[in-house]
Design a protein around this ligand. Structure first.
Ligand SMILES: Nc1nc2c(ncn2[C@@H]2O[C@H](COP(=O)(O)OP(=O)(O)OP(=O)(O)O)[C@@H](O)[C@H]2O)c(=O)[nH]1
Ligand SMILES: [Mg+2]
Length: 613
């Protein structure tokens, strides 16, 4: 017999995914804001009686009447209306003990489905900290279903919950509740009465949250604090990463020298030294910076500050026709546009959602960090400007340029292709919390692994392909320029040069942009390979940064940065846009408008810089 299916259902941010991870040993993403989970995820749950069940984690929703695409997933799974999906055998309704009134309303709605149900009264630690006491037994009596107090993040109550699930699965399903078509207001009133009945002591209502919010949401201090936090983030990326980056770089260069010494001059040596180490090494160097960036983003997500930031941004977002809800997918896009575009599923209005998807690639993703960092490292002096480092300032400016570009694009889109009314900001403020070191650790580990997998996968493959293109065919004996110019790659670069020369790009850049289509960092590894092949054997004493310094003019470097603020080169982003919008029309549109914007921005930057310098 197939394993029974149990679904975790509840309001957003109740701790469903935390429970899911604790019960199944998975590492799905958790975050202290509504709308973290946007897809159905399944895992194996070992029950205390030795049987197994399939546990399903679902996007949070306030009711079974979905308002956005992610909530529809939950409705479909719970109601069993999804074709090909197994019907669920039991529901674990996860509720936040500090927010009983609101969360119970959904439990009452779920109860009407007549499915076997267990209530996980989660976050009792926070309720206790506030001084709130809840009578779980009485709640069980009133609801007529088992209620288990849990603390997902400390694994408290999990055994009891497992036993309750096992017992419920053994028992006969309860008869469906009488009526259908619940009146929301009636349920709300009932939930309030129940909540008040089982609450033995009412705690001081999150006094701390209110105090912090007085500053964080203050019309003047709030935006200042946000700007300060973001600013610190970019300073940190440069200031803290320097030492570990140097270790990685010297490791790569030592590898190049050792290989050069150990292998005879030939193809294999060139492949390893120029292709693999020169190319992949050029990207791997940026791992520390990427991890520092993620550390900040994870802390913002876990602490509960992210939604405050969204709230602060709401006015600005509204002025370009977006609502503040879009801010969270956009912030996620700082990590990578792909989860950002998927997070747009939490936006209810289709036009808003589409606009958010279309501008998400303008938020500076972490794949662009290596590109920015290498050029900044080469051309922007590591000087202090007052208390700030100039390099961090320039990086900050590039991120701001991306955000401004996104806002302008949103405004333009909302007045043309995605015209329509935009709804107001409606989002629950999560509780403030110290980020759990474990969650941050897992988050960073997963990012590091993903980055290394990319380096060893798509980046390695495209680097080797480029190395091959740049190595063959071999030039004739009387060829007096660098051999690479005779190769296929050299000819491609030469052919593309006329297209990019007007914006100040040389043929090496034009060439690097081609494999850079696969993923943005590949542009860096491609430059690494191209310049490594152009150099002599003795050159391995200098990294890509020094090489660029000798080869590019400042206006070209600045134009290259401007290009990457907009550059659409990322096949995966286009692919996920196709999936989320259901066709090739929007990804094509996205590619075209981003390419045009990148071209214009690079050109304007180049000619302005040339005129000024
Ligand atoms: N103190 C405490 N924090 C918890 C508990 N359970 C979850 N959290 C925290 O609450 C936040 C939300 O947890 P998630 O598991 O992402 O919530 P979710 O219900 O999956 O949220 P969505 O996917 O957005 O619907 C995270 O920051 C967790 O660390 C708990 O029992 N106690
Ligand atoms: Mg979740």
């Amino acid at each position: 017999m197939a394993n029974p299916v149990v679904a975790l259902v509840g309001n957003p941010n109740a701790g469903k995914t935390s429970l899911f991870n604790a019960l199944t040993g998975s590492r799905q993403k958790v975050g202290n804001y509504p709308g973290v989970t946007v897809e159905r995820k399944a895992g194996r749950l070992a029950l205390p009686d030795g049987r197994n069940a399939e546990l399903i984690d679902l996007p949070g929703t306030y009711s079974l009447t979905p308002r956005s695409p992610d909530e529809a997933v939950t409705r479909d799974v719970v109601m069993g209306t999804l074709p090909g999906e197994k019907r669920i055998d039991a529901i674990v309704a996860v509720i936040d003990a500090t927010n009983l009134r609101n969360h119970l309303r959904f439990v009452l709605e779920l109860r009407r489905l007549g499915l076997p149900m267990i209530v996980a009264l989660n976050m009792v630690d926070l309720a206790e900290r506030d001084g709130t006491r809840i009578d779980a037994d009485q709640l069980a009596v009133i609801l007529g279903v088992p209620v288990v107090a849990t603390v997902a993040v400390r694994r408290r109550g999990l055994e009891t919950l497992g036993e309750a699930i096992a017992a419920t699965l053994r028992g006969t399903p309860a008869a469906p509740a009488a009526s259908s078509g619940a009146d929301i207001r009636l349920l709300q009133r009932e939930a309030r009465v129940i909540a008040d009945t089982v609450t033995l002591a009412q705690g001081a209502q999150r006094r701390w949250s209110a105090r912090i919010d007085a500053v964080a949401l203050h019309p003047l201090w709030g935006p200042l604090l946000l700007a300060g936090l973001l600013f610190a983030m970019f300073q940190g990326v440069f200031a803290w990463a320097e030492a570990p980056m140097q270790w990685i770089e010297s490791l790569v260069m030592a590898g190049q020298s050792a290989t050069t010494a150990a292998l005879p001059d030939g193809l294999l040596r060139s492949l390893i030294v120029d292709g693999v180490l020169g190319g992949v090494g050029a990207v791997v160097v940026f791992l520390p910076q990427i991890l520092i960036l993620f550390f900040f983003i994870l802390c913002l997500e876990q602490s509960g500050y992210m939604v405050r930031a969204a709230f602060l941004m709401d006015k600005l977002m509204a002025s370009v026709g977006l609502n503040g809800r879009a801010f969270i997918p956009l912030i996620s896009s700082f990590a990578c546009a792909i989860p950002g575009i998927m997070a747009a599923r939490t936006i209810d209005s289709p036009k808003d959602r589409l606009t958010t998807i279309l501008i998400a690639p303008l938020m500076t993703c972490s794949a662009r960090l290596p590109v920015y960092a290498v050029v900044i490292g080469a051309f922007i002096p590591a000087r202090q400007v007052g208390i700030f480092g100039l390099q961090g300032l320039v990086l900050f400016a590039l991120y701001v340029a991306g955000v401004v570009g996104a806002l302008v694009a949103a405004w333009a889109l909302r007045h043309t292709v995605t015209k329509g009314p935009s709804p107001t900001f409606l989002m629950e403020m999560p509780k403030y919390q110290w980020p759990a070191p474990r969650d941050i650790g897992i988050g960073l580990y997963q990012r590091a692994m993903a980055f290394v997998a990319r380096a060893g996968g798509i980046i390695l493959v495209s680097t080797i392909a480029l190395w091959a293109l740049a190595t063959w065919p071999k030039p004739p004996a009387d060829w007096d320029r660098p051999a690479i110019e005779y190769s296929y790659a050299g000819r491609i670069g030469l052919a593309l040069e006329p297209l990019f020369a007007p914006i100040g790009f040389n043929k090496e850049i034009a060439l690097a942009l081609v494999p850079g289509m696969a993923a943005r960092e590949v542009a860096v590894s491609a430059l690494g390979t191209v310049y490594s092949l152009q150099g002599t054997d003795a050159d391995h004493s200098e990294g890509l940064i020094e090489k660029l310094r000798g080869q590019w003019e400042l206006p070209t470097a600045l134009a290259f940065l401007a290009w990457f603020v907009f550059a659409p080169q990322c096949i995966s982003t286009l692919a996920v846009t196709r999936r989320e919008t259901g066709g090739w029309a929007w990804p094509t549109f996205m590619f075209t408008y981003l390419f045009a914007a990148a071209y214009v921005a690079a050109g304007v930057t180049y000619w302005t810089a040339k005129a000024l310098l």
